[in-house]
Design a protein. Structure first.
Length: 416
């Protein structure tokens, strides 16, 4: 499973802290930023209702539009990363100048502009600068407001709000940038893991085939030199070549089988990534249980986990998915139980699709049992039980280090 398979394009969790990539993200971001333009209601009402004269009204509208343009330029483009500090400095300076000029010229109704100045400082400026710029902007607002209001009135209304919103925006900015850095770090880790896997594959192939191919080459040369005068010895060399080739083929097949084998640890990591990318709250263990079945049993559980999580992501519409392991004794001997439960639309397993049928066959082939049906409260639940070889089991529930269940209602039935 990967992010591409499990998340819709334009999903909000995928676009957080990233540049706008399509119209949907552009609309979402515009609406989110546009909500906070509510503080412009007072200046707009002042221009519409008050009698400032034609020239003053036109100047007010021009100044307000220029102010909003500078504000949107800063918060829309430079919150996650600053590409050009000159644009930031010019836009922020213009915002502060317009806020001072318009508030001084038109009165108290325009003091709300300083809230946007503080927000821009928190969203764009480095933290060490925003720490003093935001209080300074608030101080300028108070000085201008003293022309008509008292200090108490100003502190009780816009001053406190300006400081709080400005510093809150610094937290949002740090969250966005941390998210961006986290994504970059995850991409780097994935690339390093892929490089390490390629190196491991190269080492394994060298160890498996290097000696065999060298021996085949040497014996081929010997057979070629012996063939005219000693055909019996040449035939022996050819027989040795055949034996070495067959053994090399067996070694390669065993290595490939090991690469292809599903493991619970790998599938748990994939499940967390897939569910998180799809916007589903993932309650998934960090590691596989300490007590595991034989290789075939672990592979069957890994396939069951993969199938269940895939259906949760694609079909269930769930908000939460829980995965849990439980080791227990039964009448048939010790077993390990995997449960995957979601809180989605729910459903029944009456009509089993190819995915669920094939999964049932996999589990039964290792002596296990697969159960599917409604969850405890709502949603859908898949349970796979596989026998354990060891009789030394931890107490019942010891494998529940992280709870879990998730499956996709009718999704499991319709999985291909």
């Amino acid at each position: 499973m990967n992010d591409t398979d499990c998340a819709e394009p334009g999903h909000p969790l995928k676009s957080f802290g990233r540049p706008v990539a399509d119209r949907r993200q552009l609309l979402t971001k515009s609406l989110w930023i546009g909500i906070w333009l509510v503080f412009l209601a007072s200046p707009v009402q002042d221009l519409l209702r008050a009698d400032h004269g034609d020239a003053a009204t036109v100047s007010g509208w021009v100044g307000l539009v220029a102010f909003v343009f500078c504000y949107l330029t800063l918060v829309f483009r430079y919150t996650s990363k600053v590409f050009d500090w000159r644009v930031v400095h010019v836009s922020f300076g213009a915002m502060l100048a317009l806020a001072v000029a318009l508030s001084f010229a038109f009165g108290t109704a325009w003091l709300g502009l300083f809230v946007y100045v503080a927000v821009s400082a928190g969203a764009v400026l480095p933290l060490r600068h925003a720490m003093w710029v935001i209080p300074a902007v608030t101080g300028v607002m108070i000085l201008i407001g003293l022309r008509t209001d008292s200090v108490a009135d100003l502190l009780g209304s816009l001053a406190v709000l300006t400081v709080l919103v400005g510093f809150a925006m610094t937290g949002v900015r740090e969250l966005v940038r941390t998210t961006v850095e986290l994504r970059q770090a995850r991409a780097t880790v994935a690339q390093l893991a892929a490089n390490e896997e390629r190196l491991r594959l190269a080492r394994d192939l060298h160890d498996l085939l290097g000696h065999s191919l060298s021996l085949i080459t040497l014996k081929s040369e010997l057979a070629g030199r012996m063939l005219p005068a000693h055909p019996d010895k040449a035939a022996q060399q050819v027989a040795d070549i055949e034996q070495v080739s067959r053994q090399a083929l067996v070694d390669v097949r065993e290595a490939v089988s090991g690469y292809r084998r599903r493991t619970l640890t790998g599938e748990l990591a994939g499940a967390r990534t897939a569910l998180t990318a799809a916007g589903v709250e993932a309650d998934v263990p960090l590691e596989a249980p300490a007590v595991l079945p034989a290789e075939e049993g672990e592979t069957a559980l890994a396939w069951a986990l993969r199938e269940a999580v895939t259906n949760v992501v694609r079909h269930s519409g769930a908000r939460r998915c829980t995965v849990a392991f439980t080791s227990r004794h039964t009448l048939d001997g010790p077993v390990i139980e995997l449960s995957v439960e979601d809180d989605g639309r729910g459903g029944t397993a009456a009509a089993q699709g190819n995915g669920l049928t094939g999964l049932t066959e996999r589990v039964e082939a290792v002596g296990g049992i697969l159960d599917v049906g409604p969850g405890a409260r709502r949603g859908f639940r898949l349970t796979a039980r596989v026998p354990l070889e060891s009789l030394e089991l931890p107490d019942e529930g010891a494998g529940d280090g992280t709870g879990g269940s998730a499956s996709g209602s009718s999704a499991l039935g319709s999985s291909a």
